[in-house]
Design a protein around this ligand. Sequence first.
Ligand SMILES: [Zn+2]
Length: 317
Amino acid sequence: MSLSAALRSSNLLVSWKSTGRFQQTIAACVELSGKGLHSGKLSTVRICPELAGKGRFFDSHSISIPASIDFVQHSPLSTSLFKDGVRIRTVEHLLSTLEAIGVDNCRIQIHNHSDSHDYDVEVPILDGSARQWAEAIEKVGLTAAADEHGQNCEKLAPYLNEPVYVWKNDAFVAAFPSPKVQITYGIDFPQAPTIGRQWVFVTPLEDSCYVKQISSSRTFCLFEEAEYMRERGLIKGGSLDNAIVCSATNGWLNPPLHFYDEPCRHKVLDLIGDLSLFARFGNQGLPVAHIVAYKGSCRSFLNIYGNIRNSNRENVI
Ligand SMILES: [Zn+2]
């Protein structure tokens, strides 16, 4: 029996339990504009309060697209959502911030500046991190969300009951039962010794951990790979202002870094963004577990976690 089949056959891998807190929403609208990393298009994102139980969803061209794994369109360089002809690209940094800070319910309006009939929109890359999203949200603050009856809703979280893992060669992603969300992440870039091997351990939902240690970590890339992507039009909005770029032979091209291990911290930021796609009805997406990843593609973990969630679908709400 394959791992995914085993997971599908089990309905005990996660239990939904109360976090002891109410679901929240943003206290007032916030708006940021900027260029998309991959498309180079200028867009504006407006995050607005929403009722408890509605979760997070994008709103573009009158189409409502839940920020859910059910609408993910696989793309190698970023995470995109697709529904009814509308595609929202590069959602991971914004969703990472919303999940970690606790904006459980919100409407995310987004449109391109140049062409109002363009159904292919991209979340602005800003400085390549989640810092500006976090600052804008913290400025207006959060509030307990009420449902259509004016009632607050308790926020549930998926607690992992058994270890799960996937691996390929020396890369792996595993998750172990834990009383709180913990992430250990390792990367290894022997071809770029300035990055080399890095490990990070964080408890992203505790205190201000995410804002202080993760949100300002920027997208990184290898100079040689960036040139290849630029020539093929894959990073039309990429510049030294929205990514830290490392040359295999000459080290960082645009120092200083925000942290000596900023690349590894950014991988944690992306992982939280992708796992946020399992949030439903204003509940937590991040599994309450110790997630350990080494050179891991988040995608493989999304697949097993997706199976876990689906196996529990009837038990969720
Ligand atoms: Zn990223």
